[in-house]
Ligand binder design. Structure first.
Ligand SMILES: Cc1cc2nc3c(=O)[nH]c(=O)nc-3n(C[C@H](O)[C@H](O)[C@H](O)COP(=O)(O)O)c2cc1C
Length: 183
């Protein structure tokens, strides 16, 4: 077993992390991999419900998924149970794989060690600039309060999503527009 078997390659891998507090919490998080042939990774965790849940001993389950709507919703709120195809282990509908990690909080970082995982489906998709632009727009959206100038970058992402995205990317863009009020 190695990280790469579950799609986690060297670099930063954007996944949806599920933790549990009073209810399931979902958040996009970048899993940082330096050795894709191994089991160890890390994540930088700012103050969030994800961090709070881990401080209280929650599990850490990463869903590897390429659905832009899931990324958009879980950036702003938690996915409700109807978005899941399984609750134990928690797997969001359409996930390609899930991985469970052991977590040791270490300052700003969480040191992660892959415990187990499963590939659920194998779906081919070519690189889509619209999907990538959704992810960029979401990252800017989470930093917008600290840097209002990012509004311009978000509008550039909208142009790429309009040109290159499919229906799901465009729906994700509508969620972003509604949430941040930038058209
Ligand atoms: C693509 C993407 C990647 C992100 N990666 C991280 C990350 O690595 N660490 C982090 O603390 N927040 C990251 N964020 C921000 C969190 O997902 C965001 O703050 C979220 O609202 C936290 O939710 P929670 O409070 O329910 O845990 C990322 C956001 C996006 C859109």
């Amino acid at each position: 077993m190695r990280l790469r078997d579950f799609g986690l390659w060297n670099g930063i891998n954007e996944v949806i992390v599920i933790t549990k507090g009073e209810k399931l919490n979902t958040a996009p998080i970048g899993i940082i991999v330096e050795n894709e042939d191994g089991l160890n990774a890390k994540a930088k965790l700012y103050a969030s419900h994800t961090r709070q849940n881990l401080e209280k001993g929650s599990f850490f389950i990463a869903n590897i998924i390429r659905d832009p709507i899931i990324f958009a919703i879980s950036t702003f709120e938690d996915l409700s149970e109807e978005f899941f195809e399984s609750l134990s282990p928690p797997v969001i509908k359409g996930s390609l794989a899930y991985c469970e990690f052991e977590v040791k909080l270490n300052g700003l970082y969480a040191d992660l060690r892959l415990l187990n995982g499963k590939i659920i489906r194998n779906e081919l998709r070519a690189v889509n600039r619209g999907f990538n632009a959704v992810i960029e727009a979401l990252i800017y959206a989470t930093r917008l309060k600290m840097n209002p100038k990012l509004a311009e970058k978000i509008r550039e992402c909208y142009e790429i999503i309009e040109k290159c995205g499919g229906e799901k990317e465009k729906e994700a863009m509508e969620i972003i527009k509604e949430r941040i009020g930038i058209r």
